[in-house]
Design a protein around this ligand. Structure first.
Ligand code: SF4
Ligand code: SF4
Length: 162
């Protein structure tokens, strides 16, 4: 159920002002994006057209708190197929950026950012990995990347690295 008191009519303008969000008002709800979306094939609840409608209706809090905006795999299929050049992939990024600024960051993304900050990659290199490399005459992989840790500490919001 939608309660009009919970709607923010300025949300679409806020998204349009964000980098990548400028074309959101062009959407005429044809559903081409949803039909071609590979994430939708795996999870039928995922519906990019619906996310755009929710933004246009002003359902700010529900959109920004939704796990769905983090499910987009940034494959650009909808971007290429959209007859209105809405640039939905960029809008998803814009929504994630607004959500992140407001502290709504999906836990899996926080974890990925923490790992990259700590190890310079998405998994920790173990001695086992380097021993395997040694066997093949390959040089060891560094376990930590202090320069990446410094960059992420200076650029990522603190709540991401907690
Ligand atoms: S394909 Fe484009 S115009 Fe059609 S619903 Fe998706 S975003 Fe809107
Ligand atoms: S960019 Fe995101 S929303 Fe668009 S088709 Fe790919 S996964 Fe689906």
């Amino acid at each position: 159920m939608i309660d009009s008191k919970d709607l923010d009519p300025n949300f679409k303008y806020e998204v349009a002002a964000e980098i990548g969000g400028a074309n959101i008002n062009r959407c005429f709800a044809c559903g081409t994006c949803t039909v071609g979306c590979p994430v939708r094939e795996i999870d039928e609840k995922y519906n990019p057209r619906k996310i755009i409608r929710m933004v246009l209706l002003g359902m700010r809090e529900r959109v920004l708190k939704s796990d769905f905006i983090w499910l987009c795999s940034t494959c650009y299929t909808c971007y290429d197929h959209c007859p209105q050049d809405v640039q939905l992939t960029s809008i998803m990024t814009a929504l994630k950026n607004i959500a992140a600024r407001e502290g709504y960051i999906h836990p899996s993304f926080k974890e990925q950012a923490r790992l990259v900050s700590k190890f310079g990659r998405l998994y920790e290199v173990e001695d086992f990995d380097n021993k395997k490399r040694e066997k093949f005459g390959l040089p060891p992989i560094k376990k930590n990347f202090d320069d990446i840790t410094k960059i992420t500490k200076d650029t990522l919001p603190k709540e991401v690295l907690q």
